[in-house]
Design a binder for this molecule. Structure first.
Ligand code: NAD
Length: 463
């Protein structure tokens, strides 16, 4: 389905050379700029051991990742970027996020390390291009809505930055291929934010299944949560754009639409223009674990059949499926079913000799010996922090990526194709869509093929 490369090979040495270039050649030029003072100071503390990172998107998950980087001292944070200056309105009412709150956290953190209460060294901007132009930024963490992933990540790769882009990797199959191509072209260290790949428990389960502990796998079941926010119903009214929010930039490559706060922060995941609903949100975890445990990374199912899909009332702001069931089949006949339910992320492997399941509800098995050796992660670094560490360690040449862009693209593709089956359900219920991975298209549904890519608005047509 995707072309492969060793993303930790050539790219590392190129990165190290580039970085040495920054250290030796460019600091004199940039030292006068207030934007990079933080980077200069931090680099002086540990010139060979710390990566300078910029965050693009500091909302719900961006803040989470930022706090983990600071908590475990994983990298120097030298820049934060968000089109929102700062506001409530994120996943929970109490969350106040955006670039100014993020800058405050970073300045206070590094100020404290220097014993300076008035430290203001972190670059804060609404324009991600300014982060990409900052020579002191070695790597970017892209935590924006999915409709921006491909454009920003591709431009970051072109700018010579290492990239950590959140899951689901892409908005469409075509976007994902563009990201893989860019990573290859620019020899980018490119991690997908599928942190389960760094979760010792998920690894334990997948290793067991791969080693044949449950015998030949006979079927797989994955579970995704329901939509967890209510939609504004038919007749919803556009609202004025807050002065602190650059809505035009938030829309970016997506089509022009009137502003409503429920369109944007966190809720974007329930609107097809910006994301894919829970099948790509949670599905990017549980279906990715399925692929991993089956040893089918970089491959995927050949048939997609949606047997149930429930959508919000026509005219609602949200339009992604509220609930769905999708069956997929691999070329050898193995079936995987992805169903809405609880826990919100779960992968269950059934074999001829037992079953094993893991996810947000815990890890259980058909017999207790299957769980012997299950890692005790209490008090240990959490999976997300381990995943970030794996990214920074790879940049430093000390590790290999756990979720390189090719894997992210392969798992995201599977979720996108499931979603296309869901979207086709009202018109052609339970039709089996036949996927040709080499041709990158369905062989029996042109309307489904039309959903493999999405037009982008100017000027974002070319990343
Ligand atoms: N790994 C995980 O488990 C996990 C968990 C949550 C979210 N995510 C992923 O993280 C991404 C963001 O989700 P979220 O829940 O944080 O959303 P969010 O809306 O809370 O945060 C996104 C932020 O990006 C900003 N933004 C939008 N366009 C921008 C641009 N062009 N430049 C700079 N900033 C921009 C928004 O203003 C917002 O503050 C999604 O892809 C989501 O799937 C992953």
């Amino acid at each position: 389905m995707v072309r492969t490369a060793d993303p930790t090979g050539d790219s590392m040495s190129r990165f190290q050379q580039t970085r040495r270039g920054f250290l030796q050649g460019t600091l004199a030029g940039v030292a006068a700029s207030p934007l990079v003072l933080n980077g200069d100071w931090l680099r002086a503390q540990a010139p060979s051991k710390m990566v300078n990172v910029g965050f693009i998107g500091v909302g719900n998950q961006g803040m989470n990742l930022l706090n983990k980087v600071l908590q475990y001292n994983l990298a120097n944070v030298v820049a934060v970027c968000d089109v929102n200056e700062g506001s409530f309105g994120y996943r929970e009412p109490s969350h106040f996020y955006g670039r100014e709150p993020a800058k405050k956290i970073v300045d206070e953190h590094f100020g404290k390390l220097q014993g300076k209460t008035d430290w203001k060294g972190c670059q804060a901007t609404a324009l991600f291009e300014e982060v990409l132009e900052n020579p002191n930024v070695d790597a970017v963490i892209v935590v924006v809505p999915d409709h921006w992933h491909a454009v920003i990540s591709t431009m970051a790769a072109k700018a010579g930055k290492a990239v950590y882009c959140e899951k689901p990797l892409s908005l469409t199959v075509a976007d994902g291929q563009e990201m893989v191509d860019a990573a290859h072209k620019y020899k980018t260290i490119f991690q997908t934010g599928s942190h389960e790949r760094s979760n010792p428990i998920s690894k334990f389960v997948c290793d067991k299944v791969l080693a044949g502990a449950i015998g030949k796998v006979t079927r797989v079941e994955t579970t995704i949560g329901h939509n967890n926010k209510p939609t504004p119903g038919p007749g919803w009214k556009p609202q004025p754009v807050p002065a602190t929010f650059d809505y035009e930039r938030w829309l970016g490559p997506a089509q022009e639409e009137p502003y409503h706060p429920e369109r944007c922060l966190y809720r974007f995941r329930f609107i097809y223009d910006y994301s894919g609903g829970q099948i790509t949100n949670f599905g990017a975890h549980c279906n990715d674990i399925a692929q991993w445990g089956l040893g089918r990374d970089l491959s995927g199912p050949v048939e997609y059949e949606c047997t149930r899909a429930v959508f919000p009332e026509a005219g609602s702001l949200f339009n992604t499926a509220l609930e769905s069931t999708v069956k997929v089949r691999y070329a050898d006949g193995l079936e995987l079913t992805c169903t809405s339910g609880k826990p919100v992320v779960q992968t269950r492997f059934e074999g001829e000799d037992g079953w094993l399941q893991t996810g947000y509800g815990g890890t259980t098995a058909s017999r207790k010996e299957l769980l012997e050796g299950l890692p005790n992660t209490k008090g240990q670094m959490d999976a997300t922090s381990l995943h970030l560490k794996n990214f920074f360690d790879t940049i430093k040449g000390e590790d290999k990526l756990h979720a390189p862009v090719e894997i992210g693209h392969s798992s995201a593709t599977m979720c996108h194709l499931m979603n296309i089956a869901i979207r086709r359900f009202p018109e052609t219920p339970s039709k089996v869509l036949k996927w040709d991975a080499n041709a990158v298209k369905f062989t029996n549904d042109d309307n489904a093929n039309a959903l493999l890519s999405r037009p982008r608005r100017e000027p974002w047509t070319v990343a």
